[in-house]
Design a protein around this ligand. Structure first.
Ligand SMILES: Cc1cc2nc3c(=O)[nH]c(=O)nc-3n(C[C@H](O)[C@H](O)[C@H](O)COP(=O)(O)OP(=O)(O)OC[C@H]3O[C@@H](n4cnc5c(N)ncnc54)[C@H](O)[C@@H]3O)c2cc1C
Length: 334
């Protein structure tokens, strides 16, 4: 039996460990923090448990397969109505064609995916090492037949040395600040008859997306309404570094006229994700290619995760399937 180490227990590392274990590989999963899930997380907000990171999944056959293996196919939730809006330059909301809603949720929240992956993988015998950050690849390389690095590019740069490290440092993400707002529906003049709206930052908007979370997801229905505004910034960002009250003030200044909101929110929560969301462009593709070729084709070290195959979860899961299958092909019975 071959032995493989996975470094990083975000949703990608968890999916890798799960697939390795199912292929008959002895699998050890190292995670620096004391919880799994990485950028996927949850918190109590206004009496409900909200996703603090991703709140939807994109379609992909590899994700479908994973959900089926985990017995979660019946938990897929498509928002109703699956209608999104776009904020026009004039400040109006107009419907735009997402036809049938390409993105979907899970009835238990997206955070239920890593939770279920951890539960099922533990049952199946994956060795979980939480609170065990890997400082350098040499700490694990010798004991395993292969190592899957699923930490994200910046952490990966610190683990892997030399040219690989240099290539990984060229992978940059946008910084995202998420603001949850609880506001009684009676004080929101705009009907929330859809999933929310997107705005064009080129038109000078700070809030690039606002989900009407309590209308979008059944488990979040109720009073007060929950809205989730997101701010995306290049590089390290500026707004992300401001105090919570200032960020909420800026968000409300944009949201109030669009949503016809009177008064202040009754509860707010700000979550910060510096350098967390890669943009798939030519620069990104070149950096990923450089990192993977610096490792070399026959390398026993593999890079997976949102910073390489993403930015979304479903693409990362597809990357996991390809990588794990390449490792295990013909080797599982060795
Ligand atoms: C605000 C926001 C909203 C998003 N919304 C969506 C969405 O709606 N839909 C979607 O599909 N995607 C969304 N994304 C993208 C999504 O978050 C990622 O695709 C996914 O969560 C990344 O998973 P990952 O496992 O690759 O990385 P991570 O979640 O970053 O996991 C990496 C893990 O590695 C661990 N680690 C780091 N260094 C070490 C070390 N040295 N040793 C051991 N462990 C280490 C970390 O603690 C972490 O647990 C969003 C991202 C952000 C920031």
């Amino acid at each position: 039996m071959i032995r493989v180490a996975v470094v990083g227990a975000g949703v990608t590392g968890l999916a890798a460990a799960w697939r390795l274990n199912r292929s008959g590989v002895e699998t050890t999963l190292f995670e620096a923090s004391d919880r799994t899930g990485g950028r996927v997380g949850s918190a109590e907000f206004s009496g409900r448990r909200v996703d603090t990171g991703p709140d939807a999944l994109g379609p992909d056959p590899a994700l479908d397969e994973l959900l089926e293996q985990l017995g979660m196919t019946g938990q897929v939730e498509i928002p109703d109505p699956a209608r999104a809006f776009r904020l026009t330059a004039a400040g109006d909301l107009e419907p735009f064609g997402v036809g049938g809603g390409a993105m979907f949720g899970l009835t238990g929240g997206i955070f239920s995916l890593p939770a279920r992956l951890e539960e099922a993988s533990r049952e199946a015998g994956v060795d979980f090492r939480l609170g065990t950050g890997i400082g350098g690849i040499e700490e694990v390389e010798a004991d395993f037949d292969a190592v899957i690095v699923a930490t994200g590019a910046k952490a990966g740069a610190n683990i892997l040395g030399g040219q690989v490290s240099e290539a990984l440092r060229a992978i940059n993400g946008l910084s995202v600040t998420l603001v949850h707002l609880a506001i009684p529906t009676s004080r929101i003049g705009r009907e929330m008859n859809g999933t929310g709206y997107l705005a064009d930052p080129a038109e000078g908007r700070l809030v690039t997306g606002c989900s009407w979370s309590s209308a979008k997801w059944k488990r979040l229905a109720g009073e007060p309404a929950i809205l989730r505004a997101s701010i995306r910034e290049a590089g390290q960002g500026e707004v992300i570094g401001l105090p919570d009250e200032e960020i909420v003030g800026k968000v409300m200044a944009e949201l109030a006229p669009v949503m016809k909101i009177e008064g202040d929110p009754v509860e707010t929560m700000v979550t910060r994700y510096p350098d967390a969301l890669v943009v798939r462009d030519e620069e990104h593709a070149a950096a990923v290619t450089a990192a993977r070729s610096a490792l070399g084709e026959d390398s026993r070290i593999h890079l997976v995760g949102a910073d390489f195959d993403g930015p979304g979860i479903s693409r990362s899961i597809a990357g996991v399937r390809q990588t794990v299958d390449a490792i295990t092909e013909g080797k599982a019975d060795d």
